[in-house]
Design a protein. Structure first.
Length: 255
C-alpha cells in the first residue's frame, strides 16, 4: 500500500505544473482552498474519572524540578507586575529617609516618595499546538507538559487561557490536489477561555491521543487570533508550537 501511494504521488508530481509545496504560502493571494466543507472544530470534553485524574497527577509529577523552577519564576515575574512600587525624588508624598540629607544641606527639596498603583494583568493567552503525525511520541508529550505547566501558572493568576490543537483531516469529496490546500482543516479545542482549568487540564492530558496528519500553521494561527479578538483584554498573546514545516496538502513528500 505504501508503494502504491508513493508511486501515485510521484506520478502526480510529474503531471502537475504547480510549484513545490514550500512556496504555497509565500503570497496570501495565491493561497487557494479547494473546500471548507469538511473542516471541523470540536471541543474535547474528557470525562472526569479516577483514571483520568490519576493520569493528570502522573504527568504533573513527571514534570520534575526543572518545570517547577520555570513555573515559580514565571509566577514571580507575573506577580511582580501586580505589586505596588515606590516612585522617588518627588516634591510631595511620604518622606524618603534616604534623601533627608539633601534637605538638611539645602541642595534639594525633592525628598519625598509616592506609591504607584499596581499594574493589572489585563491579558489573555491562546496556545495552538501542532498535532500532525511528526509530533508523535516525545514532541507531543513535551507539548502536553508545557501546556499543563503554563496552564497551572496562568490559572493561579486568574489569567484567561485557551489551548487548541490543529492538523488536517480527511479529504473533502472530490478533492483536487491542484489547490494550495485540498485537505480539511482539523481543530480540537482542549480548553476554551470560559472553561475552568480543573476541567481543561484533564482534556489537555488527552492531547497525545489526537495526533492526525499534516499541519496548517497559517489557518491555525488565524483561528487562534479570532478567538483572542473576542476576549475583553487590552493585551492578547498567541503562542504556536510546531516541530516542522508547513504542509497544507494531504500526502507527505516522499522524496
Amino acid at each position: 500500500m505504501v508503494e502504491q501511494i508513493k508511486q501515485a504521488y510521484l506520478d502526480y508530481k510529474k503531471e502537475s505544473a504547480r510549484q513545490p509545496y514550500q512556496d504555497y504560502n509565500t503570497d496570501i493571494e495565491k493561497y487557494t482552498i479547494y473546500s471548507t466543507e469538511s473542516d471541523s472544530v470540536v471541543h474535547i470534553n474528557k470525562e472526569e474519572t479516577p483514571y483520568s485524574k490519576k493520569g493528570l497527577k502522573n504527568i504533573r509529577e513527571g514534570l520534575g524540578d526543572v518545570a517547577g523552577v520555570i513555573k515559580r519564576r514565571l509566577v514571580n515575574t507575573l506577580r511582580s507586575e501586580q505589586r505596588r512600587r515606590w516612585s522617588y525624588v518627588k516634591e510631595r508624598g511620604k518622606i524618603d529617609s534616604r534623601r533627608l540629607h539633601h534637605a538638611l544641606n539645602g541642595t534639594s527639596n525633592l525628598i519625598y516618595k509616592q506609591r504607584s498603583d499596581a499594574k493589572r494583568l489585563d491579558v489573555a493567552i491562546n496556545v495552538g499546538i501542532d498535532l500532525s503525525g511528526s509530533m508523535s511520541g516525545e514532541p507531543i508529550e513535551l507539548a502536553t507538559q508545557m501546556a499543563l505547566a503554563l496552564g497551572d501558572v496562568l490559572s493561579s493568576l486568574n489569567i484567561p487561557y485557551s489551548v487548541f490543537g490543529y492538523s488536517t483531516g480527511e479529504l473533502p469529496p472530490g478533492a483536487q490536489e491542484g489547490f494550495s490546500r485540498f485537505g480539511s482543516l482539523w481543530i480540537r479545542v482542549f480548553k476554551d477561555f470560559s472553561e475552568p482549568w480543573s476541567k481543561g487540564a484533564l482534556n489537555v492530558c488527552d492531547m497525545p491521543k489526537h495526533i492526525q496528519m499534516n499541519a496548517l500553521e497559517g489557518e491555525a494561527l488565524r483561528f487562534g487570533v479570532q478567538q483572542l479578538i473576542n476576549q475583553p483584554k487590552s493585551r492578547k498573546v498567541m503562542f504556536l508550537f510546531s516541530d516542522g514545516e508547513v504542509y497544507p496538502g494531504y500526502y507527505r513528500d516522499w522524496e
